[in-house]
Design a protein around this ligand. Sequence first.
Ligand code: GLU
Length: 421
Amino acid sequence: MPEELDPFKIAQEQLDTAAAVMNLDRQAHAILRQPMQTVTVNIPVKMRNGATKTFTGFRVLYNNARGPGKGGIRFHPQESIETVKALSAWMTWKCSLANIPYGGAKGGVICDPKSMNPQELENLSRAYIRALGQFIGPDVDVPAPDVYTTPQIMAWMMDEYSKLKGHNEFGVITGKPVEVWGSEGRFDSTAMGGMYVMREAAKMLKLNIKKSKVAIQGFGNAGAFAFELAAKLGAKVVATSDSHGGVYSSKGLDFEKLKEAKEKTGSVVTYKGGEKITNEELLELDDIDVLIPAALENQITTTNADKIRAKLVLELANGPVTPEADKILFERKVLDLPDFLVNSGGVIVSYFEWAQNRQGYYWTQEEVYKRLDTIITKSFTDTIDAQKKYAQAGKKISPRTAAYVIAVSRVANAMKARGWY
Ligand code: GLU
């Protein structure tokens, strides 16, 4: 049978695995296998040549038993409803594992933001909110940035929603610029959370970060900040990439020069001082200790899982490892920590932003990082403890399944308490 690459089927398969391990109630399982609400909109947008172009957008509310929907909006040419459904399920488990008061949701628009100018992006962002205004809100569903969406886009969206309501509604969306009450520390929070997890995992594996070599696939919202932070911790980042390809140097890459290459030429491949490699080669490098996939889904599959040489894989992207590859890594004793643990720093600080907006009382960056550290370190320890508990009972489960068991049981218990089954 060919390997399953449909992200939503993958999300369901991961849930089924956890459900079997934890003997999940059959009715709760049935509710949790499907999103509660799926909305598709076709949005007319005025383009720079004066013509109107129609874009298709989605917003999926997966589950709201524990609180309003929460999750980013992606602008991507290959966006699909199946991917958005999967991502909304993963957001549900992410918020539950972090134990923050949200359900899960996700949005997306099929578009190529790289070919659009700022005016077109603004028109699209505002039109998306006008089309979906009744399905979002601070107590309903709270969007945020994701692949190819930015704080500026969040500011336009918040502004449009506020206009619809006739008053400022800062808490409708997170990941805003600080000028319009985004949170301090939100910009690099996904990467910062990933680094706290790396610190804990390294302790467990007795890996000295200062002597470690790291490869990061992706140089976007998550990858570029992870690069900067890992380098600050003393790790040597030897490879990175973007959609055009990657660069490698065993001596380590220079962050500032990479940023400059990316800004000037649109890609890290033009960086001087390293050799060009492909995205596939980056994953299989044999002299690295830590591998951080920070780009898109389905990067580590049955075709390359047995070629991964890193001891630790930190899934900073959503869905980078397929279930089959997950099994291979687990059997090979590679510590592969799941996306909804590793990259939860983004939504955790989104929660802080939303809480600050609702209180109208703002925290310092130090406070934000400290509270993020407490929450994500607890998620890591809870996951490893659950894995150990099952191992003692004779069930060998991966960190992903252990994290699922925690997250799913919280959502199932909330649904039970509410009388949904
Ligand atoms: N897009 C990020 C994620 O996938 C952040 C979501 C949020 O802050 O709501 O976790």
